[in-house]
Design a protein around this ligand. Structure first.
Ligand SMILES: [Zn+2]
Ligand SMILES: [Zn+2]
Length: 385
């Protein structure tokens, strides 16, 4: 990164992003000292927070930036409104910038929120000044320029922001008989929490956690962050397979955004949910395991030159051979399947037979991944001399 004079301050962003937490820190305790907030205001604060979060994760991120699924126009309008309430710029600006983030991830000059520039920059700093890396260029978003809902929001962004952040909280407050609870909790506190929880995806999710699928970039998988970020804490998976509608790819991983998209697909409101094939995911995972095992071996050899690690080396080599064999078999099976498909419409039973064979190979990878895990656990134990 070049150390030129600092770019000019983006005053609008700076005022919104810095004044709201300060106002919340002063106004909320001050009000609470003299009055009580109602339970309904607290509950609705959490509900509205979740709506905003999902507007960003299911809408801005997975639908518009990554096209990981298609959504009915009614779903798009709801996600657009929820996302607008989060005040994170228009869908067009956000999604276009996010595509640049994926394309140039970690590049200090091109990634708009490169984690290599530190926590503060990737969390919030990148929005406070007009950095060259944040320059807008819609050439990567022709699809969004054609989307009527996206363009409507872009055009009427300010009135929509005021509607969702001032009018709605006031109405909520009025409706529950706790006007200031509506304004201060549902309006102000919700906005500040919503900001920082989602900003964690750009900062902490690139710094804290594991890298089970790739170490080509800084993105991490982190369960604790997934809890705060509506499921987007599984960021290592997301950066390698960005078109998958899931971030927490395993069924048990906490990803409410994925659950929402899937639930809507059951009633026909979302379609074409993109899933990376299990085989491809396992392959990435195993390749990382082999890489780690290799690194461990080298480290052991360096630190304990007198210890015999031939047995370990051999086991890893055997596993690797088995892996290559499975890959070849998979390639062949796929070819066979394509040829059959080309020749004639396959009989149902034939299709099922192929499915079983594909599943078998997939299962083999799963077992191998488990064995590698055990092997790695053994490797971190000291080797008896
Ligand atoms: Zn990222
Ligand atoms: Zn993304």
């Amino acid at each position: 990164m070049s150390q030129h004079p600092k770019p000019p301050v983006n005053w609008l962003a700076a005022i919104v992003l810095l004044s709201t937490p300060i106002a919340a820190l002063i106004a909320i305790p001050w009000y609470a000292m003299n009055h009580d907030f109602s339970t309904s205001a607290w509950v609705l604060m959490v509900v509205y927070l979740y709506m905003n979060g999902l507007g960003i994760t299911a809408g801005y991120h997975r639908l518009w930036a990554h096209k990981a699924y298609d959504a009915h126009w009614s779903v798009q309008i709801v996600l657009m409104l929820w996302g607008t309430a989060a005040i994170q710029n228009s869908i067009l600006n956000w999604a276009s910038g996010h595509r640049v983030h994926h394309r140039f991830v970690d590049d200090v000059d091109k990634d708009p929120y490169s984690a290599k520039r530190g926590f503060w920059f990737s969390h919030i700093g990148w929005m406070l000044r007009d950095y060259p890396s944040g320059q807008l260029d819609y050439s990567n978003s022709p699809d969004l320029l054609k989307n009527k809902i996206v363009m409507f929001q872009h055009k009427y962004y300010l009135p929509l922001v005021l509607l969702m952040n001032i009018a709605v909280p006031m109405l909520v407050g009025y409706a529950i008989g706790d006007f200031w609870g509506g304004v201060l909790l549902v309006g102000l506190l919700r906005l500040v929490l919503s900001h920082h929880f989602t900003f964690f995806i750009n900062s902490l999710a690139h710094m804290w956690g594991n890298r089970p699928y790739t170490d080509e970039n800084t993105a991490r998988d982190n369960f604790w962050l997934a809890l705060l970020t509506y499921g987007e804490g599984y960021h290592n998976f997301h950066h390698i397979f960005q078109y998958d509608y899931r971030n927490g790819v395993k069924w048990w991983q906490f990803d409410p955004t994925k659950w929402l998209i899937f639930a809507l697909s059951c009633v026909g409101l979302t379609r074409n949910l993109k899933r990376i094939p299990n085989f491809t995911i396992r392959k990435a995972q195993l390749m990382m395991q082999f890489k780690r095992a290799q690194e461990q071996l080298e480290q052991k050899q360096r630190l304990l030159p007198n210890v015999d690690i031939e047995a370990l080396k051999q086991r890893i080599a055997q596993e690797y051979d088995a892996f290559v064999l499975t890959m070849n078999e998979w390639g062949k099976l796929k070819e066979e399947w394509y040829n059959e498909k080309k020749e004639a419409v396959m009989q149902k039973w034939e299709d099922a037979a192929f499915k079983t064979r594909f599943n078998e190979i997939e299962y083999r990878l799963k077992m191998q991944s488990k064995r590698m895990q055990l092997l790695m656990q053994q490797m971190v134990q000291p080797i008896p001399a």
